[in-house]
Design a protein around this ligand. Structure first.
Ligand SMILES: [Zn+2]
Length: 61
C-alpha cells in the first residue's frame, strides 16, 4: 500500500506506516508519543490503520 508522505507537526519526523499515531478533530496526524493533549482526539492507532480508515490519506497514484 502506498502511504502519503506525512510529517509529525511536533517532532518533524516522517510518520511511518507502523507508527502509533493519533488523529485530531482537524484531521492532523501526530505521533502518539508526541501528542500531549487529552482533548480534541478523534481516533488513534497505527498510521496504516488511519490511512485504511480515512479516504483522505490515500495516495493519489
Ligand atoms: Zn512526532
Amino acid at each position: 500500500m502506498n502511504l502519503i508522505e506525512l510529517y509529525c507537526p511536533i517532532c518533524q519526523q516522517q510518520v511511518e506506516g507502523n507508527d502509533k499515531v493519533v488523529l485530531d478533530t482537524i484531521n492532523t496526524i501526530t505521533h502518539k508519543t508526541c501528542f500531549n493533549l487529552e482533548f480534541a482526539l478523534k481516533d488513534y492507532g497505527t498510521f496504516e490503520e488511519m490511512v485504511k480508515r480515512y479516504e483522505f490519506f490515500k495516495c493519489e497514484d
